[in-house]
Write a protein that binds this ligand. Structure first.
Ligand code: FAD
Length: 491
């Protein structure tokens, strides 16, 4: 018998398993009103991009269906948030609202205001941690500052011990005596008006069931080979859980438990290394979220201030060629086309493509981050910011600026048979592997036999990489000079 009603405000926690806010509502013996509010304007400069909106639509539909199987329903409201929460509370005669925390700067600001207003309206409000192993404010260096280097950060997380075991999904949910009105999911207009999402539909199963199935498949079949295969875009070697994690269809505690369990059961060579390497990547996600919490300005500005003086070039033509996968560098173009088609790009290729934009073209990293934001199904403010600042050399524990990825040798090393390029740049598929990563160097008869006319079927390279590399290093001298000037003025 339920004693009152609680609203569970779903956000980036679109799951029933290991959902602390939902669990708290159930444990309080109250009826539950599951609610989602669509309000992109409140995310300020970072409302969800096109690919994320597509995913969100599918994920909400999956959550609504899972709730339906428990005899419950998902209430959808279009924002603004506070009036929507107050209305739903009024219509359902709820006494309290619970939710799981998010860590994006504009959301933290909004949520703090919402919490205070709800309390002022006599509603109980409580928030929980569903998406991180440790809260960002709970982890500091010995000197009380946030970690900016990954290895000691990760050691501190490991020293804190295994996270709490994940809780199970409920079997049933108590329903309220008064259901509030719901908008239609279609009212949120999340799906594209022109249907460009076929490639994404073919590739992904958004929703909690899809996330759990993906984790099980990865743990069973790919974990042991992960340390090597994670770098190979031509293999299905990584977990492809990033979008599921971003939308909270699965949480890191669940991943931790399943991966540890697999590591303990698995006697195959490499299993222990697989577990360690994979959890370390979950650690990078955690690191990114802690950094965003402590350095909220880094979504737009370099963490390392000396980079403010960097002489970027606003090369609109180069940016466009990069976005369209027409730079003339096959591994870069393959990645950009994979992204456009599926909403995802392999991590190794993200690094190569990002380095190309930033260092070969000198286009500001923020332009690349914005394109990824719109096109990735896993677009995540913390991970995207870290990835771009890391590649640019201006973030925490970043790649040194002088590390300029060579798109030819990276292609040869990580796509040694050219299969990845052949898949995403089919006009080069008939080139022998020796030339597929540098078609402009192929002899004329080889190009002819492969049916490739450079500049017609496939672009000539838009820069000379060796020259571009020197230009990037010269530009970096500006940062060095600014750093030295800063040091001298402090001396
Ligand atoms: P796996 O290798 O299976 O890793 C498991 C999980 O660990 C990932 O799902 C992800 O949550 C986390 N993870 C792995 N690598 C990283 C990393 N370098 N930084 C932070 N978390 C990591 N990841 C996003 O989720 N969203 C983004 O918007 C995003 N933008 C990026 C931009 C750039 C320029 C770069 C270089 C990387 C970016 N990444 C981003 C990180 C990484 O590329 C993806 O998380 C990864 O490719 C997702 O595939 P996966 O789930 O198969 O990864």
């Amino acid at each position: 018998m339920s004693t009152g009603t609680t609203i569970v405000w779903f956000r980036k926690d679109l799951r029933l398993t290991d959902n602390p806010a939902l669990q708290a509502a159930i444990e309080s013996q109250r009826a539950v009103v599951p609610l989602y509010i669509w309000c992109p304007d409140e995310e300020q400069a970072w409302p969800p991009g096109g690919a994320s909106r597509w995913w969100l639509h599918q994920s909400l539909a999956a959550l609504a269906s899972a709730l339906g199987k428990l005899g419950s329903r998902l209430i959808i409201r279009c924002g603004p948030t506070l009036p929507a929460l107050l209305e739903v509370a009024g219509e359902s005669q709820a006494e309290g609202i619970v939710w799981n925390r998010r860590y994006e700067p504009s959301v933290i600001e909004r949520d703090s205001l919402v919490k205070a207003e709800l309390k002022a309206h006599g509603l109980a409000a409580a928030s929980f941690n569903a998406s991180l192993l440790v809260e960002p404010w709970a982890l500091k260096t010995k000197t009380g500052t946030p970690y900016q280097v990954f290895t000691p950060f990760w050691r501190a997380i490991l020293n804190a011990g295994s996270p709490a075991a994940p809780s199970d999904a409920p079997d049933t949910l108590a329903t309220p005596p008064h259901w509030p009105r719901s908008d239609d999911l279609a009212d949120c207009a999340l799906e594209p008006r022109l249907d460009w999402a076929k490639g994404m539909r073919d590739q992904w199963t958004p929703g909690e069931a899809g996330a759990l199935a993906q984790l099980a498949e990865f743990a069973d079949s790919a974990l042991a080979a992960y340390p090597e295969d994670r770098n190979r875009p031509d293999r299905s070697g990584s977990s492809r859980l990033s979008a599921h994690l971003h939308f909270g269809e699965i949480g890191p505690r669940q991943i931790w438990a399943r991966i540890q369990q697999q590591g303990e059961m698995d006697n195959r060579p490499g299993a222990a290394a697989g577990t360690e390497t994979y959890l370390r990547e979950i650690g990078w996600r955690e690191f990114a979220h802690h950094l965003l919490f402590h350095f909220p300005q880094t979504t737009e500005q370099p963490l390392r201030r000396d980079f403010a003086a960097f002489p970027w070039i606003d090369d609109a033509t180069g940016l466009r060629a990069w976005q369209r996968g027409r730079t003339g560098f096959p591994i870069v173009d393959a990645g950009m086309r994979e992204l456009w088609e599926t909403g995802w790009m392999h991590n190794r290729v993200r690094m190569i493509a990002a380095s190309f934009l930033i260092k070969d073209l000198l286009v500001p990293w923020q332009r690349g981050a914005a394109w990824f934001w719109d096109t990735l199904v896993d677009a995540d403010l913390a991970n995207n910011t870290l990835g771009w600042q890391w590649t640019a050399g201006c973030g925490a524990d970043a790649a040194p600026y002088f590390r300029v990825f060579n798109p030819i040798s990276q292609g040869i090393k990580f796509d040694p048979h050219g299969n990845y390029v052949a898949r995403w740049v089919p006009e080069l598929a008939k080139l022998p592997v020796e030339w597929i990563h540098r078609p402009w160097e192929a002899p004329a008869e080889v190009l002819k036999a492969a049916g490739v006319v450079l500049g017609v079927d496939y672009p000539q390279p838009i820069v000379d990489h060796a020259v571009a590399r020197q230009r990037a290093l010269a530009a970096f001298e500006t940062v060095k000079r600014s750093r030295q000037a800063g040091a001298a003025s402090r001396a």
